[in-house]
Design a protein around this ligand. Structure first.
Ligand code: TRP
Length: 334
């Protein structure tokens, strides 16, 4: 059975963008692969080192969202990154195999560096060693469980390419140790926001969270961007430029074809259409929120799931590290 590793930084609750961009896919894949899902608290700290409480609180939120979305703890190991010190050790060995200019050339890192310079000025003070190196630690996450497959969104592809380079180099120098991991891109890699932004993202403040209440969902949907050329409710419009129609398609509203044809003919007002979408999203999220409620009310069960997932991962990482130390001639007293 092949091994999957993927995960998220615990910096906030998960939203519909995560659901359609990755969670749905993970739920399907968990039955056919040995699946590891990491809550990347160490990586979250590279950006949030001065806010440990935020990271700690969100470990729990992300775990709840995973379980709510349908990650089955009998199928997948959900684990906390910081509790696998083997990954930190591997990060140190990997850091010899990548040059600093190469780290700066990583397109995702480059984008984040530009963002930081914009926020904090140009002195580079905000670009820490830990931040610049997080793709190295990500490579160690992947190699630490000897994963074959890494299902990720588009923005993570540069990190995966970098991980492959490091792993290839390691295998060349120290002998075949790791599988060469492959990225699997989700079919719906990037979910647009209701505001028409290319991305649903916390920083853009345009998210529908899996745990949003019906009132929050309705309020957000009512402010969605529709065809700007449609002024009156019986004007014909173009559903392909309307975020409401986009979301009707995304969540597979049962009457999605009707929505399209009525909109084109001017037989569907936007307020009506939005109310219907809000109801459908609420309905869509109902089983997810029911599972979330269950786990919120049973925190000791969530703790047990995280503990067992972490123990299973640690066992695997220990096996992998034993081989690493042998191959690097670090097995002193064996
Ligand atoms: N970088 C990912 C994110 O920002 C989280 C992550 C950490 C990850 N380590 C990983 C993803 C290893 C895939 C594989 O969400």
């Amino acid at each position: 059975m092949k091994t999957i590793l993927t995960g998220d930084r615990p910096t906030g609750r998960l939203h519909l963008g995560h659901y359609f961009g990755s969670l749905e896919n993970r739920v399907k894949m968990q039955y056919d692969y040995d699946t590891y899902i990491l809550i990347a608290d160490v990586q979250a700290l590279t950006d949030n080192f001065n806010n440990p409480k935020k990271v700690r609180d969100n470990v729990r939120e992300v775990a709840l969202d995973y379980l709510a979305a349908g990650i089955d703890p009998k199928q997948a190991h959900i684990y906390i990154q910081s509790l696998i010190p083997e990954t930190s050790e591997l990060t140190v060995y990997f850091s010899n195999l990548v040059s600093v200019p190469r780290l700066f050339r990583n397109p995702t890192t480059k984008f984040e560096v530009a963002q930081k310079r914009e926020l904090f000025g140009n002195e580079g003070e905000s670009i820490t060693y830990g931040f610049l190196g997080y793709p190295v630690s990500q490579a160690a996450d992947i190699a630490g469980v000897n994963a074959n497959i890494v299902p990720v969104g588009e923005d993570q592809l540069p990190h995966l390419e970098q991980a492959r380079e490091i792993i290839r180099k390691f295998n060349n120098i120290y002998g075949q140790t790791f599988n060469l991991p492959e990225a699997v891109l989700s079919k719906t890699p990037r979910i647009k926001g209701l505001d028409g932004n290319e991305k649903m993202s916390k920083s853009l403040n345009n998210c529908i969270y899996l745990a949003d209440t019906p009132e929050e969902i309705t309020k957000k949907v009512m402010s969605a961007v529709t065809d700007p050329n449609k002024i009156r409710k019986d004007d014909p419009a173009n559903p392909n430029v309307c975020m409401v129609y986009y979301y009707h398609q995304l969540i597979k509203s049962p009457n999605v074809e009707e929505v399209c044809s009525e909109c084109k003919k001017g037989e569907r007002g936007c307020v009506y259409c939005k109310k219907e979408l809000a109801r459908n999203i609420i309905e869509f999220l109902k089983p997810i929120q029911e599972r979330r409620k269950y786990y919120e009310n049973n925190p000791e069960e969530v703790e047990k799931i995280l503990k067992e997932g972490t123990e299973a991962t640690k066992k695997k990482a220990e096996e992998v590290m034993k081989r690493v130390r042998e191959n690097m001639k670090l097995d002193y007293f064996e």
